[in-house]
Design a binder for this molecule. Structure first.
Ligand SMILES: Cc1cc2nc3c(=O)[nH]c(=O)nc-3n(C[C@H](O)[C@H](O)[C@H](O)COP(=O)(O)OP(=O)(O)OC[C@H]3O[C@@H](n4cnc5c(N)ncnc54)[C@H](O)[C@@H]3O)c2cc1C
Length: 457
């Protein structure tokens, strides 16, 4: 016997994306179901660096972490050059969170307000009726259940259990190339000695340790740290766990671990957003829609942002009774792509350049102030390359850069393409029928950029 349960909205996956959406929809009067394979203790269980900027909570109308959910307050980030002789301090408030406690709180509040929460529920396929997405098939403790809904949201992260099983001709079914993700691994450990300045999280850029990514040490308290690294996928680099054991454990700081509380690895998308987060009766948000910062791999705030706009789009769709891509659901795409998505795409251009730099080039750039701390912050907030090169008339820097003519030329190229991509995302089509021609323009622009910079992956 297959049980059938009927809702307005079915959210599959209750990580940062799905639970934020459930939280926003909890008081809308819609019949919402939230499904996840894990139980309460497993919520938000994906391995993560646990760091998130405070602004994400304010911008996306999310409760600030407190109590058990708050591990440490962050005042900024120290970015270290490969030699670790140059340190760029970027101030900006944020938090180290305990993901499970924060996620639980969202899901509990959603449930209290009437969202129907189904944990230990494994969703294995979408259900289509005459080509229309009408629900999902799941198994809950051995029982087969069909959850039907007018809007089905895939928030299952990189597994994309619904999206990947939708018809190939639906543009939401867009594959993620291994080179456009980071394979990451992290441990949460107690260290022998107290961490200096635990209100600053640390990022170490070093292509010999973390090729195409970085390694980090994020204090969760005076003695406890989240330490990990990400490496670019698809390039044949060793697995980050192996690097952790063979290289990081040799350091006196990382190697002084006295207890390991958690260790796990996972992949994170580090590219521009998926071309569309919306199709008929369907939304895909969070890692599922590749809504992640491509430079630092931070995806919690981006998932919250996509979830917030998804909630607006869903409410409007129910008001108008139109659940097709031609109706209000499409407004998620417009809001995301023309805003944060434009920044994300521009940062994707920057990411590809960074991944191609050698340790020597990174060291030189940081040592010579090509990118200053305030520029690094602005670049990550606006997606415009705010390197000193925007003020190339500053004679001193120009002279320095002329010592490296190829780097000067490359930086100018990167900056131009970042602007062009951002502009293109600001013209994201109002009408889904124009999506394919817009995508063709995006692909052509990326191709042109990669050819110019000789990036052949
Ligand atoms: C090692 C590492 C470090 C990171 N560090 C940071 C950081 O410091 N800051 C930051 O902001 N981001 C970081 N990220 C990225 C961040 O973790 C993700 O972007 C974020 O978790 C994405 O949220 P999500 O809800 O889209 O997906 P997920 O967190 O992956 O949640 C998906 C949910 O779907 C459920 N699910 C999956 N398949 C099914 C199924 N078939 N049926 C039912 N349920 C299913 C899962 O159980 C899970 O609960 C890091 C990622 C990694 C791998």
């Amino acid at each position: 016997m297959v049980r059938k349960l009927e809702y307005d909205v079915v959210i599959v996956g209750l990580g940062p994306a799905g639970s934020s959406l459930a939280y926003h929809l909890r008081k809308t009067g819609l019949r919402v179901a939230g499904l996840d394979i894990v139980d309460w203790d497993g919520l938000w269980g994906k391995p993560c660096g646990d760091a998130i900027g405070e602004h994400h909570f304010h911008e996306n109308h999310m409760p600030l972490p407190d109590g058990d959910a708050l591990a440490n307050r962050v005042e900024g980030i120290d970015i270290y050059s490969p030699s670790e002789e140059v340190k760029l301090r970027v101030n900006g408030k944020g938090f180290m969170i305990n993901r499970n406690a924060y996620g639980r709180r969202l899901v509990e509040e959603a449930e209290k307000a009437g969202v129907s929460i189904h944990l230990k529920t494994y969703v294995y396929k979408p259900i289509l009726d005459n080509g229309r997405l009408v629900g999902v098939a799941a198994k809950k403790e051995g029982e087969e259940i069909i959850f039907s809904g007018k809007v089905i949201v895939d928030a299952t992260g990189t597994s994309g259990v619904i999206r990947r099983r939708l018809p190939k001709e639906w543009p939401v079914n867009e594959p993620l190339k291994p080179v456009d993700m980071n394979v990451a691994y992290r441990r949460i450990v107690r260290l022998k000695d107290p961490i200096d300045d635990p209100s600053y999280i640390r990022i170490y850029v070093n292509q010999e340790i973390a090729p195409g990514g970085y390694w980090w040490l994020f204090p969760k308290s005076e003695y406890v740290a989240n330490i990990g690294l990400g490496v670019q996928g698809g390039r044949g680099y060793p697995h980050p766990k192996e690097i952790y054991e063979q290289k990081l454990m040799k350091r006196s700081d990382v190697g002084s671990q006295v207890e390991v509380y958690a260790d796990a690895g996972a992949a994170v998308p580090t590219r521009r957003p998926a071309n569309t987060l919306v199709w008929d009766n369907f939304l895909g948000i969070g890692d599922n829609g590749y809504t992640v910062n491509p430079v630092h791999g931070g995806g919690m705030g981006y998932a919250m942002h996509a979830a917030y706009h998804a909630s607006r789009a869903i409410v409007n769709a129910f008001e108008e009774g139109d659940f097709t891509r031609h109706g209000p659901l499409w407004s998620l795409n417009i809001a995301y792509m023309r805003g944060l998505g434009a920044k994300q795409a521009s940062l994707d251009i920057f990411r590809m350049y960074l991944q191609e730099l050698s340790n020597e080039e990174i060291e030189w750039g940081l040592r010579n102030g090509v990118m200053r701390a305030e520029d690094a912050y602005e670049t990550s907030v606006t997606g415009d390359l705010k390197a000193n090169l925007s003020v190339l008339d500053k004679a001193k820097l120009l002279v320095k850069l002329l010592g490296r003519p190829s780097m000067l030329q490359e930086l100018i190229t990167v900056s131009r393409y970042m602007k062009r991509v951002k502009e293109l995302y600001k013209t994201y089509p109002e009408n889904p029928d124009e999506l394919s021609s817009w995508v063709a323009k995006v692909e052509a622009l990326y191709k042109e950029y990669k050819t110019k910079l000789n990036i052949n992956w």
